[in-house]
Write a protein that binds this ligand. Structure first.
Ligand code: AMP
Ligand code: ZN
Length: 458
């Protein structure tokens, strides 16, 4: 059975065939780097990573492009309000440029901690201003733009099928919304280029044929994806929130310039939810990967948690679910490590696993196949080799895992030996004194059937 993916454009599960033999162009909308990414954002990138691994598993060479939005994403989708970067700059007292640098590095750190494959190309919006200006100039030549007091806008009235991706009810939208921004003509029109406010200088601004200012958010993805993948490529991804505005606008621009809807397949990951509602950067109520790490959670346990829910259903996050994921991953690592190397994978199990992955990335069912193999009576070496195959898609780094080896300094080891001696001599007071001294030095003693165990205090 070939790989089938759910395409938001057609709202159907479609067999995947690449536009060029054996090669897949894949674009994922990257983060807006005015703050840390939260684990909701990261869920979307885990889904895209699994997609990429599934494509590789199917024999394709993948060119994967991820952008970094470091300018132009406004606080409101309606083209008014502040640039998120300038807002971040006010919040932290650093320059918008410094913030972009810092949060890009933090994002890429999280990316690697989750064992996401490195994109073929990372591209920053501010490194592609010329491409965005060229794109807008071409839209202007084709008659798709108009000028207002605060910028150059895309005229969505020029396209009968504007918003098809989201099945937008344009008439309802126009009736329901007052257009308050500058003199933008329609609620669905959007900024291509915004002017710097008169009499003030922005931290990020550039000359353009229309005046000093900065690009609107949507144009960066149309310009950079066309540059690196061409104006008609295989798969474009992002979170479900992008369907109605960002991706609809990327399509509108590319349709107007190149006559394509940008990508043959549009895939969207559903949201990570908190009990209180959705997790959003602007909401303030968000959890970072680093916060989980500080609580002793392995980032790959979060990855495991994501794999346990289908990407097209929302995932409710809480610490109990995360603990369960950590326990499952620990168990998997321990059994895997006991099995010898040198076996060959079980072809039937691999075929079952791949069939689940190929069915629109059904990772929950693929994981069920994995646990069947763990519990099976296949020879241990076969089980190990089979899990090695699975892990190429799961990305849990089973083969790399080592139990933490704690190095105990000589002075601490000496105290522990003395305590052991005191216990053997039933000198409980001395044993307790030594326990306390170890605690002051930052070590906890646990007495078990196998003798005492030393652990560093958190
Ligand atoms: P942003 O940095 O806000 O531009 O978002 C980066 C990516 O995270 C986008 O693909 C969003 O669609 C996605 N995203 C935002 N919030 C969530 C969430 N709660 N769960 C899953 N994905 C999200
Ligand atoms: Zn985008």
């Amino acid at each position: 059975m070939p790989l089938a993916l759910y395409d938001t454009w057609s709202r159907t599960l479609r067999p995947f065939t690449p536009l060029r033999p054996d090669y897949v162009g894949l674009y994922g909308c990257g983060p807006t780097v005015y703050d840390h990414a939260h684990i909701g954002n990261l869920r979307t990138y885990v889904f895209e990573d699994v997609l990429r691994r599934a494509l590789v598993q199917n024999g394709y060479t993948v060119r994967h492009v991820v952008n970094i939005t470091d300018v132009g994403h406004l606080v409101s989708d309606a083209d008014d309000g502040e640039d998120k970067m300038e807002k971040g700059s006010r919040r932290t007292g650093e320059s918008a440029w410094a913030i972009a640098e810092r949060y890009t590095a933090a994002f890429q750190h999280d990316w690697r901690a989750l064992n996401l494959l490195e994109p073929t190309i990372w591209c920053r919006a501010t490194d592609h201003i010329a491409e965005q200006i060229d794109f807008i100039a071409e839209l202007e030549r084709n008659g798709y733009t108009y000028r207002t007091a605060d910028g150059i806008y895309f005229d969505t009235a020029r396209q009968d099928d504007y918003g098809y991706l989201a099945r937008l009810d344009i008439t309802g939208l126009q009736a329901g919304k007052r257009v308050a921004v500058g003199d933008k003509r329609r609620a669905t029109d959007f900024a291509l280029w915004k002017f710097s406010p008169p009499g003030s200088t922005r931290q990020m601004e550039w000359e353009s044929p229309w005046g000093v200012g900065f690009p609107g958010w949507h144009i960066e993805c149309s310009a950079m994806s066309a540059k690196y993948l061409g104006p008609w490529f295989d798969i474009h991804c992002g979170g479900e929130d992008h369907i109605a505005v960002h991706h609809s606008n990327e399509i509108a621009q590319t349709q107007a310039r190149h006559g394509t809807r940008l990508a043959n397949f549009w895939l969207h990951g559903h949201f990570l939810m908190l009990d209180a509602g959705k997790m959003a950067k602007s909401g303030g109520d968000f959890v970072r990967l680093q916060t989980l790490i500080e609580r002793g959670v392995d980032p790959l346990a979060y990855r495991y948690l994501c794999l346990g829910a289908h990407y097209r259903s929302s995932l409710r996050f809480n610490m109990e679910a995360l603990d369960a994921a950590q326990a499952a991953l620990d168990r998997l690592r321990k059994v895997y490590r006991q099995w010898p190397e040198g076996g060959a994978p079980d072809a039937e199990a691999v075929a079952r696993f791949n069939a689940e992955v190929d069915q629109d990335l059904n990772l929950p069912r693929a994981l069920a196949v994995l646990w069947d193999v763990v519990r099976s009576d296949l020879p241990a070496a076969t089980r190990r080799a089979t899990l090695d195959c699975f892990d190429r898609v799961l990305g849990l780094r089973l083969a790399d895992w080592r139990e933490d080896v704690v190095t105990i300094p000589a002075g601490i080891a000496l105290l522990a030996t003395q305590r052991d001696g005191a216990r053997a001599a039933k000198n409980w007071r001395e044993a307790d004194r030594l326990r306390e001294q170890l605690r002051v030095e930052g070590w906890r003693v646990e007495d078990s059937a196998e003798g005492q165990v030393l652990r560093p205090l958190d």
